[in-house]
Design a protein around this ligand. Sequence first.
Ligand code: ZN
Length: 157
Amino acid sequence: MAFFEDLGRTLSEIGQTAATKTKEMSDNIKTNNQINAEEKNINTLYTQIGSLYVSLHPNDYEPDFEKLITDLNNAKQRVELLKARSNTESNTGFCFCTNCGTKVSADAAFCPSCGTSLQAPAQQPAQEQTQPVQEQAQPAQEQAQPVQEQAPANTPE
Ligand SMILES: [Zn+2]
């Protein structure tokens, strides 16, 4: 019976070890999360410190800041240029399909997405297109056989 007592004790120890391991792992995750949060906090503070320094010393910064501030100003200029270009692209040279709303080139005659005519008023073509679709649906069955009957139409009398 000593064997089973030993076995029971061993299993109990294994269980405790597993529980301890699990607790250690969750403690580890908590610690890592705290580290990440603090590092994020540090980065935010560095950003604020840098931003404050640049606003306090826009032109009289110390020489060590020369490259960083030059790079910063260049990046800001590129953003402004890109924003201006983005506005230009969205405001000129493009329009939106009156039928489906797709962004299309301003000089496009038809919407590449739905085929709506973009030069003429869009309301008339839209109505004309919906009716012929129904007319085509029925003759499709008749076309299979009458192919031979169409030939005599050309026959002179
Ligand atoms: Zn369209």
